[in-house]
Design a protein. Sequence first.
Length: 315
Amino acid sequence: MNLDGNILYKSMKTYQATDGHILLSYYEYLFDEYLHSNNIPHDIDDYFCSESKCRYDFLIDDVYVEIWGITKAASKLYNNYCERRLRKEKLYEKHELKLISIEGKDFRRNSKELQTFFKEKLAEFNICSQDERIDYPIFNRRKIDYWCDKTILSELELIVERENKFPTANELNLAKKHSLGTAIIKHGGYRKFAKILGFEPKTKEYSETRLLNELKTLTKKLKHFPCDRELQEMKRSDLAGSIKTHGGYGYFKEKITGNRTKRPYGYWKKEENIIEELKVLCDELGRFPKYNELGHIAKGIDKSGKGMKYFEDIS
């Protein structure tokens, strides 16, 4: 990429940085640009030990840097990723190699904040930055606080203009517009945006009473109040959107269970909390749960980045 913001492509899934390096993700590309702009020599994408085919993302002197990109559950893909990450981290530890880990969530910063974060992480290993600032071109704005009512509508308008109809959730998934579909649900549901664009909604419209009755039935069946992820997996985006329209998950959970069971800030960052909650669920089921049985515990496991296998082994 030139500093005027023009990105060169090697393929649809790679990014070419200013120094010529070909990166496999947008996050890696941003980090490479920072290193280059601050004159920090670095290598990329090579084997870091002879006994494994694992490759590092970056090597700066004797310090390795890994950009852990996946931060949310994505069925089997996510669990496999977590297992590979754990094996890789154990190899770094076994060979006593210096490692800087940067998570996908760390990139939820603006350009200035992100570069300050990089500088501080590198300084922990005595790697000095020249404090040269660049304005990152936001090639994929969806990565950084992109979705709001305005951007959802602008993307939907393009689809409506092309297809001459309002898209369904299945049609967005088939068109690989998963992030748009998720954003629609999080910002009020398909009914809301269909009405704004002048279409008759295809999803059901629920009164609060009917919504409560449906949720009570599901809660009894699942033995816990359903989370958004569970509703999406059950293809109940109609319920998910209506919940947000009529007051949110906390409101209905309190109506049905009597409490919101809101965890204190930082609760899921503590491994012992995840383990304790898993033990309670294991006792209820008589076995270690499947991912779709985790409920709110999935949030803790996702945040830990260690995967189901790790917690199954120590629970």
